[in-house]
Design a protein. Structure first.
Length: 502
């Protein structure tokens, strides 16, 4: 569906300032929404919000539907009486620009466990009723997830395919025994999800009342080591004996990697999904729309055809394209949920068939300005080649910041950008590229906060095909100044992207 002319900011919640070493859903999140409203932005785009595993990637979560416990605000738990100020005594001194994930997990897990213990003792009848209602309404994914994580803890966090055979194959007797034995651990994981969604729901309500809509991100694939693959092995291409991926997901060589990107996720057994009328996918979209306003589908082209690499390959070079039933899938989702507020990440190797699938459902595609200046005037990312039903970005979470990109760009790209701009303004190249995005005819423009702040490569969020050292950037609260908001507001007004009532 096409969207009205508007703009917004890309920022993952982990990047908020916080004394607990990682951004959360507390006060700084509300301050950021105030900044969005005051600068006339209408969208806040986030990365996937799931509980992250190895490498801390939001795109490799333990569940496609659960929330990340590390985003829970301990200060909000304190307001509920579940923690006290004494619990925050002697907090470690964390780096305020990079996340120490191990230190953060150690600290926040202890606080969450203490809050859970207090909840079991102190919860009012109303809180108990709300908790029971949450567990009942989310049971279709929450029961498997809580059990999965509880078992995982007893197995030293090893991948589920290495557990005892009866647990790997989910034999009923073994599952019943585990549920009984791990009751308290299961309660903890359900409590954590209850609290995540309570805090997120309040924040989203505040955003929506402020005229801000949240764009969530749905990765096409899920992690092999996830509750989804463990609970629904029949809808993935797994080896019958080892339960590891028989066919792995990825993309062929591209802009980001000469050997392609081998993600390692299992690809879908689309034939089985079709037999089930895409029940799992419908449930996934339904769960997403419970807590975000617009869905950005990552790697949209995989719904038309996907790159499949046989197990044992070390790069993605020796894969093949296989057809996917995208039309039937989106028809099934639309029949159950209505017209979908979807953005399509259509970067990479895009064929006419992918474009036809995108356009059939009127999903806006993406235009990334960092890709615009490396070729000829036919480049689809150049602003004069944009279409209205599209979203223009200066860069994405997978790109360098605009300042970092320009500093490292080759002479040809720099020359083309400078010719296009006429000159670099005194405000810096990041504001010039932001102007290009806001002035585009594309209906929506999304700017990473790093570009608005004018930060260089040290603020980059992710290096594709690099497993570690990503997702750690944080900003300091003092950087979101009134002057910065005014500058962004003025440009947003100038290019016709301000809210209508303004």
């Amino acid at each position: 569906m096409p969207f009205p002319r508007s703009s917004g900011i890309l920022l993952h919640p982990t990047s908020f300032p916080s004394r607990f070493g990682i951004g959360d859903l507390g006060l700084e999140a509300y301050k950021f929404i105030d900044f969005l409203r005051e600068s006339y932005q209408q969208y806040w785009q986030v990365l996937p919000l799931g509980p992250t595993g190895y490498g801390n990637s939001p795109y490799a979560a333990y569940s496609a539907m659960a929330g990340n416990p590390m985003l829970i605000s301990p200060e909000q738990l304190q307001e509920q009486g579940l923690l006290t100020e004494e619990d925050f005594a002697n907090l470690p001194v964390f780096n305020d620009s990079q996340i120490d994930y191990e230190g953060v997990k150690s600290l926040k897990t202890a606080l969450l466990q203490k809050a859970c213990n207090h909840f079991q003792v102190k919860a009012t009848p109303l809180q108990q009723k709300e908790f029971a209602g949450f567990c009942d309404s989310k049971a279709y994914w929450l029961d498997d997830y809580a059990l999965f994580m509880a078992i995982k803890d007893t197995h030293n966090n090893t991948s589920w395919h290495t557990w005892e055979a009866e647990l790997v194959k989910r034999e009923p007797a073994a599952i019943d025994k585990a549920r009984e034995k791990l009751k308290s651990e299961i309660f903890y994981y359900k409590f954590v999800q209850f609290e995540f969604f309570r805090q997120w729901s309040e924040l989203k309500s505040y955003a929506n009342m402020s005229g801000i809509y949240i764009i969530g991100d749905i990765p096409i694939y899920v992690a092999q080591d996830s509750a989804d693959v463990w609970a629904h092995p029949e809808i993935f291409c797994l080896d019958e004996e080892t339960r590891e991926p028989a066919l792995m997901a990825g993309v062929p060589p591209d802009y980001f990697s000469e050997t392609g990107q081998l993600w390692g996720n299992p690809v879908y057994n689309w034939q089985e999904l079709q037999k089930q009328d895409f029940k799992w996918w419908v449930g996934r979209f339904e769960a997403m729309l419970d807590y975000i306003d617009v869905i950005r589908i990552d790697h949209f082209r995989g719904f038309e055809a996907y790159w499949a690499v046989e197990r044992g390959e070390e790069t993605a070079m020796n894969g093949e394209w296989l057809k996917a039933p995208g039309d039937e899938l989106f028809d099934a989702i639309k029949a159950k949920l209505g017209t979908l507020p979807v953005l399509a990440e259509d970067l990479g190797v895009i064929t006419p068939e992918v474009e036809a699938l995108r356009d059939k459902y009127e999903f806006p595609g993406m235009k990334v300005l960092q890709f615009a200046f490396g070729s000829d005037p036919g480049n689809p990312f150049l602003p004069f080649n944009h279409t209205r039903n599209a979203v223009v970005y200066t860069g994405t979470h997978d790109n360098d910041t605009t300042v970092g990109w320009f500093n490292q760009a080759n002479d040809w790209e720099k020359r083309n950008l400078l010719l296009y701009l006429g000159c670099i303004s005194p405000e810096g190249v990041h504001w010039d590229v932001i102007r290009l995005a806001l002035s585009s005819i594309a209906n929506q423009a999304i700017i990473p906060l790093q570009d608005i702040l004018g930060l260089a490569s040290e603020a980059r969020m992710n290096f594709p095909s690099t497993a570690e050292g990503n997702w750690g950037w944080r900003y300091q609260s003092s950087l979101l100044t009134r002057e910065l908001g005014e500058r962004l507001k003025n440009l947003t007004q100038l290019y016709g992207r301000a809210p209508q009532e303004k």
